[in-house]
Ligand binder design. Structure first.
Ligand code: PFF
Length: 449
């Protein structure tokens, strides 16, 4: 996407936005966080956070971006020229983008590596011991961890510099249904394994005693991460939205589709976790251990497994491109840099920060701050602090500075859409509910009071 390009069709907008939302968040992060945070209770809080905070903030971001038609910093500069402090949303987003990419590209690297492992028949197991050994061999080797991450950086950088991001959108559009189908197949296999019901119960029967303040903060952070909000990605994407696009309806569809992918991944994974005797609280390795086991226990498994990791890699690539768009759009539009230079500088920064993140399962495992290794720390700071903070500011800006008349005008496409009631509700959510709720969760979750 070049600087002031725009999406060319209503459906294209939907697909591109979905391409940003759907990624490792659904297939890797959602299942592992659900596993480490106690299952169904976490899922419930995550759903509430998505509805009450995620959706309104997403709509607000897209709306602001489309109004200003600029990157995150310039959008705020344009909409509040005399209040430069609001631009901090954009700068915080820049920091969040770099931190997220430092660990996200590492996990994407694992996915790429698993494609090769699947092709070579190295993922043929159903027992936790072999699964842990295969994963450990990859992440425990510093060179493998680094090289796969650099491969991902080179790959996504290449796509941007060749200007073929549109191509990736076209590919995503065609392959997303296939990913859906494959996940569905996995669900069927997983649910028919002996002992599967314990996994389903884990996912669907909440144990309210397990919902602590830190669980709530994590669920909120996931809601932001999932919808690519709180850091200006959706402001940037909104700036490419068409004038006649129905923003609330598009955001709702993206949220529902995104949620379905996560839920399918959850149903594919947890029954198998219990059936094969994995630990639901395994952490970031959960998916990489469980998914091969499910595939291995079905006919034609190796082929499907390879395909699955290819599709996951493509989904991850779409998300990475959208995160990269934040710094790249900002550097080109604010500093007048050429797109190529902006991309290279961004990638180089991520590669540097990515080193300690990539080595977190080996060399830097002991480098702890607040009890977190670099990989966990980057995730915590971005997902659980910066994105919620960005979300509060965006909601406050939309609800109090931008205000109801403009909000009504923007979201109804100058009165063309009959959605006054929805807008009224969104206004209440962005003005009061979202900022208050997020502020309380953030302060409580961080033990400030
Ligand atoms: N939403 C993506 C996922 O769930 O994988 C990750 C992501 C993309 C986060 C874009 C933030 C962002 F700006």
């Amino acid at each position: 996407m070049s600087q002031r390009d725009a999406f060319t069709s209503t459906f294209g907008v939907l697909v591109a936005t979905l391409g940003s939302a759907v990624g490792l968040g659904n297939i890797w992060k959602f299942p592992y966080l659900t596993g480490t945070n106690g299952g169904a209770g976490f899922l419930l809080v995550y759903l509430l956070a998505t509805l009450l905070v995620g959706l309104p903030v997403m709509i607000a971001e897209i709306m602001l971006g489309r109004t200003a038609r600029a990157n995150a910093v310039s959008t705020l500069a344009q909409l509040a020229p005399r209040q430069p402090l609001w631009q901090s949303i954009g700068y915080m987003g820049l920091l969040a983008a770099v931190l997220i990419l430092a660990f996200y590209t590492e996990v994407a690297g694992w996915v790429f590596a698993y494609i090769v492992k699947a092709l070579r028949g190295q993922l043929q197991f159903t027992d936790p011991h072999s699964a842990a050994a295969a994963f450990g061999a990859l992440v425990g080797s510093p060179w493998q961890a680094l090289l796969w991450q650099w491969l991902v950086l080179a790959f996504t950088g290449g796509i941007i510099m060749l200007g073929v991001s549109k191509g990736i959108e076209a590919v995503t559009k065609r392959l997303m249904p296939l990913l859906f189908l494959l996940l569905f197949l996995l669900c069927v296999r997983s649910l028919t394994l002996p002992g599967a019901m314990a996994g389903l119960a884990f996912l669907l029967q909440p144990d309210f005693g397990k919902i602590t303040t830190s669980v709530v903060l994590t669920a909120l952070g996931l809601a932001f991460f999932k919808l690519s909000i709180g850091m200006g990605t959706m402001i940037t994407y909104g700036s490419y939205f068409r004038d006649e696009q129905n923003i609330p309806a598009t955001a709702l569809r993206v949220m529902l589709a995104d949620l379905s992918v996560s839920l399918l991944a959850g149903v594919a994974i947890f029954p198998a976790v219990f059936a094969f005797g994995f630990a639901p609280s395994a952490g970031p390795s959960l998916v990489f251990m469980t998914i091969p086991a499910v595939f291995y226990s079905m006919p034609g498994g190796s082929l499907f497994m390879t395909l699955f990791f290819v599709l996951t890699a493509i989904a991850a690539t779409g998300a990475i491109l959208s995160i990269l768009e934040v710094p790249v759009a900002m550097l080109t539009e604010r500093l007048g840099w050429h797109r190529r230079k902006a991309t290279l500088v961004t990638l180089f920064t991520i590669a540097l920060l990515g080193v300690p993140a990539a080595l977190s399962h080996g060399v830097t495992a002991g480098w702890k701050l607040f009890g977190l290794n670099p990989f966990e720390l980057f995730d915590f700071i971005s997902s659980n602090i910066l994105l919620p903070l960005g979300g509060i500011l965006i909601a406050l800006f939309a609800g109090w500075v931008y205000g109801l008349p403009k909000l009504r005008d923007a979201l109804s496409n100058h009165g063309q859409l009959q959605n006054t009631r929805i807008i009224g509700l969104l206004y209440l959510l962005t003005r009061y509910v979202a900022p208050l709720l997020v502020a309380v969760i953030l302060l409580k979750g961080l033990n400030v009071f």
